[in-house]
Design a protein. Structure first.
Length: 201
């Protein structure tokens, strides 16, 4: 593999993974958090109406990772035109979807590591908990007392599906609005005909 191929591969990797990393950093810094009233010894009492784990925090993460998926598709679409063929569509769907799933699985542990509340907070101090993605896409998914239970799916499978769906919508939009002379369905552009006749003359 030549040096230009290495640079191209590294640039593609950065363009696919970078938006997900930025989304995680923004989520950890800006997601709403639950607040605790410290009682010492690394323990605390949760304050009422101070945010909920997995509710608005999960919604913010979905929006940010959705934007990261769109960015990843745009990078793959522009840097690798060969993926625009039908055989390349699975790559355009699964690679951003897999990146989204991995980022979502790592979100809560990474937030717990980087934004954990101090364990030596004095008594009476209000501290903010680290954001958490919640159990919606990770634990058993049951609707009411009956319905589908997804125990046989691995953790983060829901995020893979969501990421692939968003990537699919993005690919469809790009394919619709992108210019390709092979998709003109027999429509002849008069200007192109004049230019070609002038060149022939």
């Amino acid at each position: 593999m030549t040096s230009s191929s290495w640079f191209r591969a590294v640039g593609t990797l950065a363009g696919v993974v970078g938006p997900a990393v930025v989304a995680l950093v923004v989520w950890i810094a800006a997601a709403p958090r639950s607040e605790l009233l410290s009682v010492g010894g690394g323990r605390g009492v949760r304050l009422p109406e101070s945010g909920t784990d997995g509710g608005s925090q999960l919604l913010v993460l979905v929006v940010l990772l959705g934007a990261a998926v769109v960015c990843a598709v745009l990078v793959l679409w522009s840097r690798h035109p060969g993926l625009r063929r039908p055989a390349g569509v699975p790559v355009l769907l699964l690679l951003p979807g897999l990146t989204c799933a991995v980022a979502a699985v790592a979100a809560s542990p990474l937030a717990g590591l980087l934004a954990a509340p101090p364990r030596d907070a004095p008594y009476g101090m209000v501290v903010a908990q680290a954001p958490a993605a919640g159990p919606l896409f990770f634990d058993r998914m049951i609707y009411g007392t009956s319905g589908p239970s997804w125990d046989w799916l691995p953790p983060g499978a829901g995020w893979l599906v969501v990421g692939a769906m968003l990537a699919g919508f993005t690919v469809a939009a790009l394919a619709h609005f992108s210019y390709s002379p092979d998709l003109r369905d027999g429509v002849v552009d008069e200007e192109s005909v004049v230019e070609s006749s002038d060149r022939a003359a």
